[in-house]
Design a binder for this molecule. Structure first.
Ligand code: HEC
Length: 85
């Protein structure tokens, strides 16, 4: 095995790409968009467990992603959502 070269820039968080594809249209890139009554994710006090449940099962106008994303993807996008400030 050849030693891997260090990438010039750190890789994006995997959850960021999932967020951009599935969540930005309502929540916005920074989580603050609030379209269709979507809550401001930067002000959410739901923890990882609560967010995982909500993203998997949906609530009100928030769609369920349990069939669209794998549990690992849900976990990654939730982890990313927790970094939005
Ligand atoms: C169709 C628009 C829409 C999309 C797409 C969407 N959401 Fe939401 N989201 C909402 C709405 C509306 C609510 C408020 C639900 C309620 O309380 O009735 C919400 C609430 C939430 C909350 C709870 C915030 C709080 O504390 O009340 C989280 C976390 C969340 N969304 C994460 C995500 C993630 C992660 C994705 C992408 C996988 C996503 N959402 C995609 C509309 C959307």
């Amino acid at each position: 095995m050849l030693p891997l070269l260090a990438p010039a820039t750190p890789p994006e968080l995997p959850g960021q790409a999932i967020f951009q594809k599935n969540c930005v249209r309502c929540h916005g890139a920074n989580g603050k968009r609030g379209l269709n009554g979507a809550h401001d994710l930067t002000k959410s006090n739901l923890n990882e467990f609560g967010r995982t449940y909500l993203v998997t099962n949906g609530m009100g106008k928030m769609p369920a992603f349990g069939k669209k994303l794998t549990p690992a993807q849900v976990q990654q996008v939730v982890a990313y959502s927790l970094t939005l400030k």
